[in-house]
Design a protein around this ligand. Structure first.
Ligand code: SAM
Length: 276
């Protein structure tokens, strides 16, 4: 019998991938957590039926969500990462020698435990002494912070269940307050081709609290074939998005890819109703 994992991109589009076996299944207080072994992408973490990461292409997403904001920032010493229970983003953040402390705020301890067991390639750096872990709601945590961080990376699941409040104007306002004056925030924002309304709403909500908002893209096969968007916001007007530093031994991010990732094709500008 063939097993296929089916994921709903929109009400009218499904993507499928062949699964060899399910390695883990459980239900936390927040979501259904599964680990499956797939033919094409290797091991995958699946939350509430939505693929979160895969061994084969995780480096694209994690390098782009971490290195773009951190190489634009002049000196990112203190970084807040929200979500990211698989640990991949933390692993990339720690590659920056400037980073002295990473506050990691994940709501669901089960995601971390399962990732430690099934994804040691990603979760292996969660015990680094620079990482301070908080098992709590990122929305509440951010409310309580003022001018504390150089960068905030929101590596959350899609805007459903516990993550819904991470995509609101109120949350982005709190995130702006939690950043230092030259702080930078980045948000994963889904594939604009399929979810233009989501990206428009994230973009408009972030604009209320940040003078600079820019989109950048990467193609991540397990997150649908279409380019995937990240929204970058800065508390200071930002004329130059060029990286200030180089990083060695990466598999996706380079200074050239970084610059090119900010190019927005005309049909997307029109679809998203943005000028930049
Ligand atoms: N890269 C992934 C993607 O785009 O699909 C996201 C990876 S990571 C596993 C997402 C994490 O966000 C999940 O572990 C989930 O528990 C966490 N999360 C969701 N809502 C949260 C909240 N309000 N505060 C902190 N973490 C949250």
């Amino acid at each position: 019998m063939e097993l296929w994992l089916t994921e709903r991109e929109t009400d009218h589009v499904l993507t499928k991938c062949r699964i060899d076996r399910t390695l883990y299944q459980g239900r936390s207080k927040y979501q259904h957590v599964a680990v499956v072994e797939s033919r094409e992408y290797g091991r995958m973490l699946v939350l509430d039926g939505i693929v979160q990461t895969s061994i084969r292409d995780e480096f694209i997403y994690h390098e782009m969500i971490a290195h773009v904001p951190l190489t634009i920032h002049p000196r990112p010493e203190k970084v807040l990462v929200i979500g990211a229970g698989d640990g991949g983003t933390i692993r990339e953040v720690l590659k920056h020698p400037e980073v002295k402390r990473v506050c990691h705020v994940e709501i669901d301890e089960m995601v971390i435990e399962v990732s430690r067991q099934y994804f040691p390639e990603l979760a292996g750096m969660l015990d680094d002494p620079r990482v301070e872990q908080h098992i709590t709601d990122g929305i509440q945590y951010v409310k309580e912070q003022t001018a504390a961080f150089d960068a905030i990376i929101i590596d959350s699941s899609d805007p459903l269940g516990p993550a819904e409040g991470l995509f609101t104007e109120a949350f982005y306002g709190d995130a702006a307050k939690a950043l230092k004056p030259d702080g930078i925030m980045v948000v994963q924002a889904g594939p604009p081709f399929y979810l233009p309304k989501l990206i428009r709403s994230i973009y408009r909500a972030i604009e209320k609290s940040f003078p600079t908002v820019r989109l950048y893209f990467a193609s991540i096969p397990t997150y649908s074939a279409a380019p995937y968007a990240f929204v970058l916001a800065s508390r200071r007007p930002l004329d130059d998005i060029a990286p200030r530093r180089e990083l060695a031994n990466l598999r996706y991010w380079t200074p050239e890819i970084h610059r090119a990732a900010f190019l927005v094709p005309p049909f997307l500008k029109e679809m998203l109703e943005i000028d930049g």
